[in-house]
Design a protein around this ligand. Structure first.
Ligand SMILES: [Zn+2]
Length: 256
């Protein structure tokens, strides 16, 4: 018997919430590391902080993959897909990638000459503000590094599993207009080679679709799709902005 799935099936929503929960714990732990950075000793303390955050990214990234593998297996069973399949768990991102991201997040902490025209507005701010900004950026990049591991796990499983045909994007009601737009595309077939596009701080999930399974857009994604078609699609070059406006005007309050 054919089963159904959607971008908002209960398991997909639970999976997204579980990943969000991981993000919350990651950020709580990162805030606990705040005091590691001592403004008068940046050179000695920023690298220590980077190492500590890196360890958190590793720990939570592993949890994100493991949860995603469990989710995939449960979805596979629910779809009555035959045969056994063991989910390959995504590798953690290369050390260099994590370190570069965290260095990027903290780059405005370093002292600059305020007279130098190359000094940006962000670099002119008092240290407290710069620390705050660095923290915010670091949280967003770390969140993506962690949750990407879970998303990669599901995507890679779809790619390798002969019983999987496609994946879809599951976006929360509070997701941004970019993510909502991508969610309206529904099932993206694995031979399309499209990659999952995620931004820093994105909480979207990947929903696997299996052979013989029917994919249907959720009611809210169908409504986003209608708004896009009606208010944005005809305006080539200005579609995302129009879509954002249409969402806001129709009470879909995008986060941005
Ligand atoms: Zn998103």
């Amino acid at each position: 018997m054919a089963t159904r799935t959607s971008d908002a099936n209960p398991a997909a929503v639970r999976q997204r919430q579980a990943q969000r929960g991981l993000t919350r714990l990651l950020i709580r732990d990162m805030r606990g590391l705040r005091r590691v950075i001592i403004p008068s000793r940046l050179e000695a303390t920023v690298p220590v902080w980077i190492d500590a955050v890196h360890a958190l990214v590793e720990q939570y990234g592993g949890a994100s993959s493991a949860l995603s593998a469990d989710y995939y297996e449960a979805e596979r069973i629910a779809a009555q897909a035959p045969g056994a399949f063991s989910v390959p768990v995504a590798e953690p991102p290369p050390d260099e990638k994590v370190e570069n991201s965290l260095r990027w997040a903290t780059k405005d902490l370093w002292p600059r000459d305020p007279e130098d025209p190359a000094t940006t507005e962000a670099q002119r701010q008092p240290m407290g503000v710069r620390l705050e900004q660095a923290e915010k950026k670091a949280e967003a990049v770390a969140q993506k590094l962690v949750v990407d591991q879970g998303r990669d796990t599901v995507q890679e499983a779809v790619r390798r599993d002969r019983q999987a045909t496609a994946w879809a994007r599951s976006a929360a009601l509070g997701a941004c207009s970019f993510c909502k737009l991508l969610a309206t595309r529904g099932a993206v077939y694995k031979q399309d080679t499209a990659d999952f596009q995620a931004h820093d701080g994105c909480h979207c999930g990947v929903v696997p679709v299996f052979k013989g399974q029917r994919f249907e857009l959720s009611d809210h994604a169908r409504e986003w799709e209608r708004l896009y078609r009606e208010f944005a699609a005809p305006h080539s070059g200005d579609q995302l902005r129009r879509f954002r406006l249409a969402l806001a005007e129709h009470g879909h309050l995008p986060a941005r």
